[in-house]
Write a protein that binds this ligand. Structure first.
Ligand SMILES: [Mg+2]
Length: 279
């Protein structure tokens, strides 16, 4: 029975259907857990619990960032060789640098779903978001060699339909956290005619490569870090659209993919999870 339960939990995590499932905490009288806390936690979807509370999540992101930091060590130390060709790291913001899971907790507590207006309000709150474990050390490692980071995020450029200028707030926030060096700039999503973000990041990657980012000379992008496959050049959102063999040499050297079970384009992939017979 326990094995069956474990399989179910795994399937829940791997499946888009998991977004609506509720995990019951079995023993509210376990040591260190008050009944009230257990009750609140029991309302959280399993993927938010995994993201916020597990050693495995924190260890995963630290592992990935440690590997990315090793790659930084192979780049030219631009502090010592300021005339050398600059190198650039492209990073996503949400669930790559900034941990917004507390907003998901709030939504759950209020019985609400994601909405652009709610997200806009969250981004504008005068608070320090938590950071994804390992991100700050990685950014400091880039700064130590005078590398440049361009944050490419689908937070939205200013639009009359949103009260908070998500891009300006994010730029200020990240620079408060890490300084203008190494955060060279934050490139946000342009709004389309309906005011929704144009999420394709590839044109912004091109702008960086072409030296069209203010204050940043043409340089080589040596690394991408993100929690969505679309944070990487030319990548589509669903496994069936990807050539993993072609991607393999870049994984762990140029591309560093972080886990995010809470949300993402993968929810729209409808990838079937077929049970296989055991032999
Ligand atoms: Mg993200």
């Amino acid at each position: 029975m326990w094995r069956g339960l474990a399989v179910c939990l795994f399937v829940l995590l791997a499946s888009a259907c998991a977004s609506q499932r509720i995990v019951q905490i079995p023993d509210p009288k376990a040591p260190g857990r008050t009944p009230a806390a257990a009750e609140r936690q029991a309302l959280l979807p399993v993927q938010i619990q995994w993201f916020r509370t597990t050693a495995e999540y924190a260890a995963s992101t630290r592992t990935i960032y440690a590997a990315a930091t090793r790659q930084v060590g192979y780049q030219t130390d631009l502090c010592k060789e300021p005339n050398a060709s600059p190198w650039i790291v492209v990073m996503d913001a949400d669930e790559t640098i900034l941990d917004n899971s507390m907003w998901r907790v709030e939504l759950t507590a209020k019985g609400l779903d994601y909405s652009p207006e709610g997200w806009n309000e969250w981004v504008g709150r005068p608070r320090k978001e938590d950071l994804v474990p390992g991100a700050a050390d990685f950014i400091r490692a880039v700064a130590k060699r005078c590398g440049h980071i361009v944050v490419v995020t689908n937070r939205l450029l200013k639009t009359p339909k949103r009260s908070v200028d998500e891009c300006a707030v994010t730029r200020v926030h990240l620079r408060e956290l890490f300084g203008s060096d190494p955060i060279a700039d934050v490139l946000c999503a342009e709004p389309n005619e309906e005011g929704k973000p144009i999420n394709d990041k590839n044109p912004r990657f091109k702008r960086i490569e072409n030296g069209e980012v203010a204050g940043l000379h043409t340089g080589k992008i040596v690394m991408y870090v993100g929690d969505s496959i679309t944070d990487f050049p030319g990548m589509k959102g669903c496994p069936t659209e990807l050539d993993f063999e072609a991607m393999a040499p870049k994984l762990g050297t140029e591309y560093f993919v972080l886990p995010n079970p809470m949300y993402g384009g993968w929810l729209g992939c409808h990838t079937p999870v077929e049970p296989r017979p055991f032999h």
